[in-house]
Design a protein around this ligand. Structure first.
Ligand code: TRP
Length: 448
């Protein structure tokens, strides 16, 4: 066991790191495209409610388990177990989360690689190299392999530097850059023709669809993915928080930032689609729904950037740089989950553990790239729709049922003496005991 564990050096450092994990392609790509394909503002409303009422309590369960355990996810969960069966159960949940995290990284790195190459494409355009422009802009095996590898290497480079000098330092640099680019882009897009129609489509809810079960399933899945729940990532990040910090408010900040950025990203993407429409770009599918997913990001938006003339090159560059940064601060958290386990369990040096796991993830990524049609969607579904809600639910079960209530209170109380009389403590234990597991189970059964 390595005896010296990392710790975030400040509140701000933790918030940037955890928000960096939370804010990713899920916010800037996933949330707006889900909104587009689920009836606009009704989805936004469902998402807001579910994020605060279900995902935040589940996030708190993971954070407090980690901070109490002061160790990787498996060890932290095992510290709560009262007997050998529970211990084995703890291993399955913790290790399952770690594997899930590694698998998510392996597909996330592919998508992030697309973002990297799309960021470089405008530079190739400016430099006048036609062959580079078309290589960067078109799907090919060589391009996907190279950019996926580049993305994994960058993630490995940051994680091998450790908690304070790697995760925290880079999150503190990249998150403000992300916010700046995001707001600059919104300011520009909202001044364009057609943008206001998009704002309306985004913000005026169609209440008829709000109770649509599919909408709720998608919104809850989105909220879990967005807060990086059910993958042991928030357990490990929790374990790096000092016991002097108030967890209840830290978790609330992270949730607020995550939800806020998803919401704000929608203010960029949906109006941008209507601006594109005003420029003659097709934004509705044949069945009358807004185009979404990869068509939106790699066809509608680039067509919009093209139609903007000279400035479009810069806007396109800024947009994909934003995506790349968001992806990187998320991917480092995905890699930290298995690395922290390998370091603590097998007493490996961090650098070695990081490289080793980087190689394993790369092998999985390459396998997915080589069998894209059969594997990509499968791995996405397996991890995000199946494993994440299930493991997130089991973490709530650990905190709500296996952990003795008095001990749980003591763990939450550290850094927050008065929590016992707070509104939070009145409802949260009950929430993670009944409401979260039941709601997640319902959504889960529905999605099967
Ligand atoms: N939350 C990130 C996003 O919205 C994705 C993410 C980061 C993640 N770390 C994770 C998802 C761990 C699952 C598990 O894009």
């Amino acid at each position: 066991m390595s005896s010296i564990r990392g710790e975030f050096s400040s509140r701000f450092g933790f918030i940037m790191a955890a928000a960096g994990s939370a804010v990713g392609l899920g916010n800037i790509w996933g949330f707006p495209t889900q909104t587009a394909s689920n009836g606009g503002a009704a989805f936004v409303l469902a998402y807001l409610v579910l994020a605060f009422c279900l995902a935040y309590p589940a996030l708190m369960a993971e954070l407090v388990i980690g901070r109490h355990g002061q160790a990787n996810a498996v060890t932290s969960l095992q510290k709560l177990a009262n007997n050998s069966i529970q211990k084995r159960f703890a291993f399955i949940v913790g290790f399952g989360g770690i594997i899930c995290s590694g698998l998510i990284l392996s597909f996330y790195a592919i998508v992030a690689g697309w973002m990297f190459s799309a960021t470089l494409e405008p530079i190739a355009v400016i430099s006048g190299s036609e062959s580079a422009t078309s290589w960067l802009g078109e799907q090919s095996l060589s391009r996907n392999l190279i950019f996926t590898a580049a993305f994994i290497l960058l993630t490995v480079a940051i994680i091998s530097k450790g908690v304070e000098n790697g995760i925290e330092k880079w999150s503190k640099r990249l998150m403000p850059a992300l916010l700046f680019i995001l707001f600059a882009l919104i300011a520009y897009v909202l001044t364009q023709d057609g943008a206001m129609e998009g704002v309306k489509a985004y913000l005026v809810p169609d209440f008829g669809s709000i109770l649509d079960p599919n909408l709720l399933v998608s919104a809850l899945g989105q909220a879990f993915f967005s807060l990086s729940l059910g993958t042991s990532v928030m357990i490990i990040y929790g374990s790096y928080i000092s016991k002097q910090e108030n967890l209840v408010s830290l978790g609330a900040y992270v949730t607020l930032i995550d939800v806020f950025i998803a919401f704000v990203a929608g203010m960029l993407i949906i109006p941008a689609m209507y601006v594109a429409q005003a420029q003659g770009v097709e934004i509705f599918s044949q069945t009358g729904e807004l185009l979404s997913e990869d068509t939106l990001v790699f066809q509608v938006l680039p067509a919009l950037f093209d139609s903007m003339g000279g400035i479009g090159i810069f806007i396109g560059f800024a947009f994909f740089a934003l995506m790349s940064i968001a992806a990187l601060t998320s991917s480092i958290s995905m890699l930290e989950a298995p690395v922290s386990y390998a370091v603590e369990k097998f007493a490996l040096a961090r650098v070695h553990a990081t490289r080793l796991i980087g190689v394993i993830v790369s092998v999985v990524s390459v396998t997915i790239i080589l069998n894209f049609n059969s594997l990509f969607g499968f791995v996405v579904q397996l991890t995000t729709q199946f494993a994440q809600p299930l493991i997130g639910m089991l973490c709530c079960v650990f905190a709500g049922w296996i952990w003795h209530r008095g001990k749980l209170l003591n763990a939450i109380k550290e850094g927050n003496e008065s929590v016992e009389n707070s509104f939070f403590w009145k409802i949260w234990p009950w929430y993670i005991k009944f409401v979260c597991p039941l709601a997640i189970a319902l959504v889960f059964i529905n999605s099967l």
